[in-house]
Design a protein around this ligand. Structure first.
Ligand code: B12
Length: 487
């Protein structure tokens, strides 16, 4: 008897469902085999034929994205389509259905109920999954003692407390997911790079972000030797480019320095290329020097904004002068970096937008511009919005403003001060520069209602696409990172 592991998303460009390596490994440790079905390459009929032909002990479904987290004229939300997939499965099998993943962990009880699944596991899953499998297959233990578990009890969905914090992030065996299906050497394909988590968790207080809630507020670190074991696996498969899947690579700057030093000393920097996210907090000179020496292709720095007022409104603990220091440091040490801006937050006006664009204009880094902030439940912004009263009465909100008080479906904050032509305004500020880019097409904001949606229409599919050509006017196919194409 085997478990079926299912990646429900069909995203373009696709990222490998690295989570399923973790799930498969936890199952193997308790003596269970598994088979992966990845909807990126499979249609529903084929999925149905798998469960028709074979009985599985359980089905583990990963829900990676709850959202596109980018405001656009068509709002993405994958859960109705995932519910359709589950209905198709239920027509053919009674195997228990277990949910997990970053998207799931944003609103676990609600999603379990909405999808009609049997069990869910929030967060990492390493402690909980083996216990749940033993309970399901050997009737060992009790549900009430499984940390992170979401399940039905006496007719209600209930959630058990998390497990205690351990600093060391456990090792994971790789190789269950076929990364070669995703990886094409070359830089435009960075979503398809091999994925390695070197640390997990985020202690920062950004008002909009789900990361501390879903990955933990205290940082957990994987020792460099364990990270190297995963790198070695990928190298043996010919995968040489990596996306380090940490919340932020430098949330624990000493651990980041140790890893870069290890790679440099052991010669990994000659073979691997990697990109990662970083925060301007804890961006030390030592780290900046090590980045180009340890194979770093590009570091994506989440600046957020460039005015003190908006940085504080977004919950950032750094100020504009700290950004200047980070930018100077990166220039001096030749770190190849990109930045991101999140515009439209509480208190944003045209002046602060202008200041942010002017701050970065002309610097040797591309800037990814996001306009509009997804208001997620269990975040400081979400809680503030919920306290302020009905969504429909809040003029800063777009998206599902009716029957959505728990913020389950997409709803976005865009400061009302910005005006209907804010995309045009940003385009005028950036001019013909290719430095600034967005991943959604610009459009005129309106307050027109489409049923319960303000200003936008729903596109509730499991599939999503990104098209980062807007604003940049970059030709498709031009290299994203400054490095000759690998053939
Ligand atoms: C790296 C990254 C990217 C890279 C991916 C590169 C690559 N080659 O993989 C890029 C930049 C391409 C990217 C794009 C996007 N991303 Co992204 N990304 C990340 C990041 C930082 C790491 C993802 C990762 O691989 N983690 C490691 C894996 C192992 O973790 P995991 O999937 O969560 O799985 C763990 C647990 O959740 C659990 N688990 C998962 N599934 C299951 C199932 C069961 C049954 C069980 C028991 C447990 C379990 O076990 C795993 C081990 O602990 C995460 C944040 C984070 N810290 O994870 C955001 C994150 C996943 N991304 C997110 C989003 C929104 C996106 C985009 C939609 C954004 C966009 N509009 O472009 C796209 C979607 C792309 C796609 N193809 O699906 C969100 C998703 C949640 C949400 N807000 O909806 C996250 C969580 C960021 C955030 N804080 O909001 N992303």
């Amino acid at each position: 008897m085997t478990f079926l592991l299912l990646n429900a998303h069909k995203w373009h460009p696709a990222s490998p469902p690295a989570a399923l390596d973790y799930v498969a490994w936890e199952l193997e440790k308790v003596g269970k085999s598994s088979e992966i079905v990845d909807m990126t390459f499979t249609d529903v009929e084929e999925l149905e034929s798998f469960v028709e032909k074979k009985e599985y002990e359980g089905i583990c479904l990963t829900i990676r994205n709850l959202e596109k987290t980018m405001f656009s004229e068509r709002l993405h939300f994958p859960l109705p389509a995932i519910r359709g997939l589950i209905t198709a499965l239920r027509n053919h099998t009674d195997s228990p259905l277990i949910l997990g993943g970053s998207g799931f962990s944003i609103a676990p009880e609600r999603i379990l109920e909405y999808l009609g699944a049997d069990y869910g596991i929030t967060g990492g899953g390493e402690e909980a999954l083996p216990l749940l499998v033993k309970y399901l297959t050997k009737k060992e233990g009790t549900l009430a003692h499984i940390p992170h578990l979401v399940y039905r009890y006496k007719g209600n969905v209930t959630r058990n407390p998390d497990s205690p914090y351990y600093r060391r992030l456990p090792a994971v065996k790789r190789g269950y997911v076929n990364y070669r299906l995703y990886f094409r050497p070359g830089h435009e394909n960075f979503p398809g790079f091999g994925t390695i988590e070197t640390k997990r968790g985020c202690p920062h207080q950004c008002v909009y972000c789900v990361e501390p809630d879903i990955k933990g507020r205290r940082v957990r670190v994987k020792p460099p030797e364990e990270v190297a074991r995963e790198v070695d696996y990928f190298l043996s498969e010919g995968v040489t480019h990596f996306f380090l899947a940490d919340s932020e690579f430098n949330t624990d700057v000493n651990a980041a320095i140790d890893l870069c030093t290890f790679w440099k000393e052991r010669g990994y920097h000659r073979t691997i290329k990697w990109i990662t996210y970083a925060t301007p907090s804890h961006f030390s000179g030592e780290l900046a020097e090590l980045l180009p020496q340890s194979g770093n292709l590009c570091t994506m720095i989440d600046f957020g904004h460039a005015t003190d007022r908006m940085l504080s409104a977004l919950g950032k603990e750094f100020k504009a002068r700290d950004l200047e220091k980070v930018v100077t440091l990166c220039q001096e040490t030749e770190v190849n970096f990109r930045g991101s801006l999140m515009l439209g937050g509480p208190g944003e006006d045209r002046e602060t937008v202008k200041e942010a664009i002017e701050f970065f204009k002309g610097l040797p880094c591309k800037i990814f511009v996001v306009l509009g902030i997804r208001v997620f439940p269990n975040t400081p912004l979400g809680e503030k919005i919920q306290k302020e009263g009905p969504l429909v009465e809040n003029p800063n909100l777009y998206g599902k403003v009716y029957d959505n008080d728990d913020l389950f479906e997409p709803v976005y904050y865009i400061s009302r001060e910005l005006g209907e032509d804010i995309f045009d305004y940003i385009l005028k500020l950036t001019g013909a520069s290719e430095q600034f880019y967005m991943a959604t097409p610009p459009f005129n904001l309106t307050t027109k209602m489409h049923g319960p949606f303000r200003g936008v229409m729903p596109e509730y599919e499991t599939s999503g696409t990104l098209n980062p050509q807007y604003l940049t006017r970059e030709k498709r196919g031009s290299p994203i990172f400054e490095e000759p194409e690998v053939v």
